[in-house]
Design a protein around this ligand. Sequence first.
Ligand code: G6P
Length: 465
Amino acid sequence: MTTSRLVVAANRGPASFRIGDGGELVAHHAAGGLAPSLVRALSGRKAVWVAAAGSEAERRALHEGKLPALDGGAELRLVDLDPAVYSAAYRVISNATLWFCYHGMFDQVHRPVLDRRWYEAWEGYRAYCSAFAEEVSASADDGATVVVNDYHLALLGAMLAERRPDLRTVHFAHTPFSDPAELRVLPVAIRRQLLEGMAGFGRCGFHTPRWADAFARCAAVEQVRTPPPFVAPLGSDPSELLPVAASARVGEIVERLEERLDGRRLILRSDRVEPAKNSLRGFLAFAELLERSPQWRDEVLFVARAYPSREELPEYLAYRSEVQHLVERINDVHGRPGRPVIELVVEDDFEASLAAYTRYDVLLVNSLRDGMNLVAKEGPLLNRRDGVLVLSREAGAFTELEGPALEVEPFDVSGTAEAIEAALAMGGDERSRRARELAARATAHPPADWLAAVIAHARRPGDSG
Ligand code: G6P
């Protein structure tokens, strides 16, 4: 196997596979989010991208040697994993435990339940990280740089430090990090393993000072020595998004949207179907606005673009069905036959999302907590109507967009209703001043600059410089 000067590791690769109708393998290039930007940022660097073979189709692609070449010359390598190990690591530990912990989402009366099954899953998580450590070690040149993404791979730092102390490693968390009190839902031995795993990286990076500080405080409380965390915010990518937004298909989607709007203003949200995005309270706020000021019923349409997500987790399926029921109820009360006040579109269509970004009057991002939230930056980059951003104080993006965005607190439904109304009522001059400022800030750290900053922080374990 050839080795590389730069290795990127993440649970997901920039391309995944599904099995087509005729049983054939179909490569599906990730449409949105970090992956396409990162592939572009890697362009010309001859990197290797190591990801998990998480599905049956991916395992088949790996075994049949059918991995696609990535745009820009990077090479994709998939880690061969026992399906039970993958499921334990991805589902039980990464998404049902660490994600909930870092986003402060545990309903502590019922969750988490750390029983025998959970401890077995923890062993699966260790095995998963260890399989990644093998693949990364086999892919990395002597003294190479390794950029590891997210909570799925927290233990990799210590594992790589032991196997390959020559490597310059860096971990980047695209999520928030818990306060010490929140981390204490995990048993002491587990939180130490987590923090020691991360401390094994040369450096650990976060999108905002708040998450970096939370990590440093957790390490101090648990008495784990870590290198000082760094902050490297990620911005939206004009070079990727502007050409797509100018495409004919996006133009057609906007036309169809105009027909449905029929002169009404557009309130938009665009998220994964994800409890941390707080869609329920967003819809409740809209309903409160319509109760208080019924004249808006005929003047606005709320379009919620929702990407199906993590449907193997019961919490996510339940959340999706709660969202659907709430939307039906609000439409029954406030809409008219054939003219709903909320249109919920559950689909993953990148171009349709970009089309909606160009056209919104108000963009609502009211997350409970978010590492960054790129929607809050991609919307202002593409919007053509001086749309107003209503943004949660708890989203990482708030650190950079505070001021030109209208702020909301995620639990405050009435406050969110007021902010949406203020956005709808805002005068043209103020809208355009805010929109210009938002677009400038949203593009401040394009992915290539972000990646360069992250790579510059990579260190050999124990190197303080
Ligand atoms: C967040 C995480 C990513 C993750 C993405 C989608 O943005 O930071 O690591 O890939 O959510 O979640 P999924 O479970 O579908 O990979």
